[in-house]
Design a protein around this ligand. Structure first.
Ligand code: LMR
Length: 398
């Protein structure tokens, strides 16, 4: 029956992370997966999360199925965080938001919804993009194309080429955009560039699907949501996937959201209904625990304040590690190529290392980064940054 099933080739991120766990070397360094580790190399439990959990445990109660669209209080808190407390679109009830299984679940539910109602649309992702974007959308039935984004020479954005490509995309197609902390390159648009891109999306009647998995890891919770809020302000129909995996350090709880900016409250109600139908067809309804924790932190002023401070401290540590790897690599890499370690934002830096060099880093030095050259700088710490810089220096020598 199953003879024709070929072996799974593995996932370029998750399988590599699993390989790392199996690696017996004690000096190994995991810079593969997009996970924030603290300066001791531990996955942190945020204090605000621990306090919210303690309060919830004291009053656990029964756990019936959640509604298919998720917990009401969580959905409202997601909307406020993503679109801002003062969002007019929110006040007018024009945003449909549902709880999803992390950001990936939001992408998948959104993809199913779009395939059903826009069956001829193609999906356009940046070149490069998060490795799983193509997989999610192709498995949902989309033809996936790409638009220029990263300039390997400068370590920055190919903005003119990106805009020219967007201008040529057929009307009605869907364009996947990263709100902030672009994965895998760490290269973002500035506010003027976002306004220009939104102008093109509107003029070409393209449908933006914004992935915001790293809100708070760029320049701050509000600034990182600039593109999303500008789309809502300009009343542009759009889908937005967000995640609390990284900014709450709640990876395994699968807490995310999918929001759709609509033209009226009535339309938002119908869109929410059909998204709910897609949830029912996939997994019926989402789990309770993580959503309760996130909603409690976001809506309890003291916890919220602590959470924001903890998140800001994580970002400061990442910035310090960017500077540290930059400084330690000075002996091995020319200045022009080095500046990208500092300029790129969020958890990732696109090192420019080849797949062969990445393999050597792993095999000879126990340093794991993605074969695309993506390094998760949030995995660096004071104890391993020297090891990583030396290893890179060795493989660069050839
Ligand atoms: C990553 O890009 O490493 C993370 O988003 C984890 C994942 O699921 O790929």
């Amino acid at each position: 029956m199953f003879e024709h099933i070929e072996a799974f080739p593995g996932d370029p991120i998750l399988s590599l992370n699993e390989d790392f766990q199996q690696d017996p070397r004690t000096s190994k360094v995991n810079l593969s997966i997009g996970i924030y580790f603290d300066d001791e190399g531990r996955l942190p439990v945020m204090q605000a999360v621990a306090e919210a959990e303690a309060a919830l445990l004291a009053d656990m109660g029964p756990r019936p199925y959640l509604p298919m669209s998720g917990m009401v209080g969580y959905r409202q808190a997601v909307q406020a965080l993503v679109f801002g407390e003062d969002s007019a679109a929110r006040a007018e009830g024009r945003i449909a938001t549902l709880q999803t299984l992390g950001g990936s679940g939001a992408l998948r539910v959104g993809a199913d919804f779009l395939r059903r109602y826009f069956p001829r649309a193609k999906m356009w992702i940046s070149d490069p993009s998060w490795e799983n974007h193509r997989v999610v959308f192709e498995r949902a039935g989309f033809q996936v194309e790409s638009y220029p984004y990263y300039d390997a020479e400068t370590g920055g954005l190919k903005f003119d080429a990106m805009v020219a490509a967007l201008e040529a995309i057929p009307q009605g197609d869907v364009v996947l955009l990263h709100a902030c902390c672009h994965n895998p390159t760490g290269v973002d648009l500035n506010e003027d560039q976002w306004r220009q891109v939104i102008g093109v999306l509107k003029a070409r009647k393209l449908l933006p699907f914004v992935d915001m998995a790293y809100q708070g890891f760029g320049t701050g919770l509000d600034d990182d949501a600039f593109a999303v809020r500008e789309l809502a302000r300009q009343n542009v129909p759009a889908l937005v996937a967000n995640s609390f995996s990284k900014n709450f350090s709640l990876y395994g709880e699968r807490c995310g959201g999918l929001s759709v900016i609509c033209q009226s409250a009535d339309e938002a109600g119908r869109v929410l209904g059909q998204l709910t139908g897609a949830v029912r067809a996939n997994y019926s309804n989402p789990p309770t625990h993580g959503a309760r924790v996130v909603a409690r932190v976001l809506t309890t002023p003291a916890l919220r304040k602590n959470w924001e401070a903890e998140l800001a401290a994580m970002c400061q540590r990442i910035a310090r590690m960017r500077q540290a790897i930059h400084d330690q690599l000075q002996a091995h890499v020319s200045g022009e190529k080095l500046s990208r370690y500092i300029k790129q934002r969020g958890m990732f830096t696109y090192t420019g290392l080849s797949a062969g060099q990445v393999d050597r880093l792993r095999n000879e030095h126990g340093v794991y980064i993605l074969r695309s050259g993506r390094m998760c700088v949030a995995g660096l710490n004071d104890s391993n940054v020297g090891i990583v810089a030396n290893a890179i220096g060795v493989v660069l020598k050839g």
